[in-house]
Design a protein around this ligand. Structure first.
Ligand SMILES: Nc1ncnc2c1ncn2[C@@H]1O[C@H](COP(=O)(O)OP(=O)(O)OP(=O)(O)O)[C@@H](O)[C@H]1O
Length: 288
């Protein structure tokens, strides 16, 4: 299968500021040396506890955050990760759908304005953009009369569909879905997952699926990366990693979801958390 994305050793740091002049005094190393490859039509899950760097990774992949280091290729073409402009270009083929369907849509804009903006900004005519918006609304299962309505007139699941339709407006090859179901009811979650699966099947779209929900990841994703404190600790076929985890942290993560572990009774990890990183390469680069 063709490779959609290849990321080698991406690191993303947040500057920490202190003092009267708000100088950068240190860096928070939110993502450190994470590598992966994403094939066309693949669903790759990224899991790990809150704060482990999943959203930071996602945002860096679409140029919303600067890279500290690493290399990036998109459909075989190397991207200059030191150029914010070059990474922003990636958004022509890599689109992000955000966690919160309530705040990710501008409440003052109609759905028509929200959907057509990315195309009109690129020079497409209004009528052509509107035709495309109707097509994408149809694909995500919303009626055309949604176009004249505002985000508050829709349910959470419908808003998430609108978020997905907005991403689809530029015909992306990859969608990064950052916790797209976590704000939704269970039954609505299933509908959104079904929609993502349809996009993969019908359009061959690859999906990076960021989630806390290990049960969903086990059934939905092909492969998984497990992150802990900004680093990858384990990766592989999702069903295998979640059935037979090798790393102490993955085991602990799974143990916190007792229903996932059919073969062993529910257990709580009581070991030293620092052991999780014992077999992970320690980065040597400096933030300066
Ligand atoms: N804008 C920011 N400035 C400084 N630090 C940040 C910023 N955003 C996130 N962080 C920190 O970076 C680390 C990684 O955060 P991130 O949001 O990527 O984690 P996450 O795994 O997506 O968490 P969650 O599952 O809760 O969304 C955390 O320590 C977080 O506090």
């Amino acid at each position: 299968m063709k490779e959609a994305l290849r990321v080698e050793k991406i690191s993303v740091y947040y500057p920490m500021r202190s003092g009267v002049f708000s100088r950068v005094s240190d860096y928070l190393k939110a993502v450190q040396n994470v590598s992966f490859s994403l094939a066309e039509g693949e669903i790759l899950a990224v899991i790990g506890e809150s704060g482990c760097g999943k959203s930071t990774l996602a945002q860096a992949l679409v140029g919303l955050l600067p890279w500290h280091s690493g290399t990036y290729s998109v459909f075989g073409k190397e991207v200059d990760v030191n150029s914010a402009k070059a990474i922003a270009q990636v958004r022509k083929s890599v689109q992000m759908v955000f966690q919160d369907p309530y705040s990710s849509l501008n409440p003052r804009q109609t759905i028509a304005q929200i959907l057509t903006y990315p195309l009109i900004a690129r020079g497409t005519s209004k009528s052509e953009a509107l035709e495309k918006a109707k097509k994408e609304l149809d694909l995500v299962g919303l009626p055309n009369d949604s176009l004249s309505r505002y985000p508050h007139e829709f349910s959470g699941g419908q808003r998430q569909r609108i978020g997905i339709a907005r991403a689809l407006m530029v015909d992306p090859k990859v969608i990064i879905a950052d916790e797209v179901t976590s704000a939704l009811d269970v039954s609505v979650q299933a509908q959104v997952l079904k929609l993502l699966e349809k996009l993969r099947q019908e359009l061959g779209i690859s999906i990076i699926f960021i989630s806390h929900d290990l049960l969903t990841v086990r059934s939905f994703a092909d492969n998984v990366i497990v992150m802990y404190k900004g680093r990858e600790v384990e990766k592989g076929v999702a069903s295998e990693v979640l059935k037979n985890p090798q790393h102490a942290y993955t085991k602990a993560l799974i143990a916190s979801v007792p229903t996932l572990d059919f073969e062993r009774p529910p257990q709580v990890f009581t070991g030293d958390p620092s052991l999780f990183l014992a077999d992970v390469e320690t980065p040597t680069e400096s933030a300066s």
